[in-house]
Design a protein around this ligand. Structure first.
Ligand code: HEM
Length: 123
């Protein structure tokens, strides 16, 4: 039997709405990386929720609406250094820590991000 996706195990849509909400509240307040975010906060929260849904093994919602993610290419217009990636990960870690899920799930969830974040470094 196939095991449930991480998306399902963390609580699916409801958890991802809370996570993206708290994550971008952190990001938009962060002294180093807030400057990078120029779009509407609710819009980027929603894009990220759709993306994380598929990234964590749920339905491919982001691709249905926005096409292939091509995330590294989509980040190229933004100058992202290693310090920015670390700040992004810190915001994600803080947002994850507030979720009402088991500690081992929090660890498993956070572990999905460092490699992708470093992949976005482009300057
Ligand atoms: C390494 C640190 C990162 C920085 C500094 C960063 C920064 C940004 C910025 C500035 C935008 C555009 C926001 C806007 O429209 O105003 C963006 C979009 C986005 N980022 Fe990141 N990002 C990072 C890592 C990641 C990672 C690791 C993921 C996924 C796991 C991700 C997923 C997305 C998505 C899905 C979008 C929306 C793309 C679109 O459809 O336009 N980002 N990011």
């Amino acid at each position: 039997m196939e095991s449930a996706s991480l998306y399902d195990r963390i609580g699916g849509e409801e958890t991802l709405r809370i996570l993206t909400d708290r994550f971008y509240d952190q990001v938009f307040e962060h002294e180093l990386i807030a400057r990078l975010f120029k779009s509407d906060k609710d819009e980027i929260k929603e894009k990220q929720r759709l993306f994380l849904t598929q990234f964590l093994g749920g339905p491919a919602l982001y691709s249905e609406v926005h096409g292939h993610p091509r995330l590294r290419a989509r980040h190229l217009p933004h100058a992202i250094g290693e310090e920015d990636a670390i700040a992004w990960l810190t915001c994600m870690d803080r947002a994850i820590s507030t979720l009402d899920i088991a500690d081992d799930l929090k660890k498993e969830l956070f572990a999905r991000f460092p490699q992708s974040a470093m992949f976005m470094v482009n300057s």
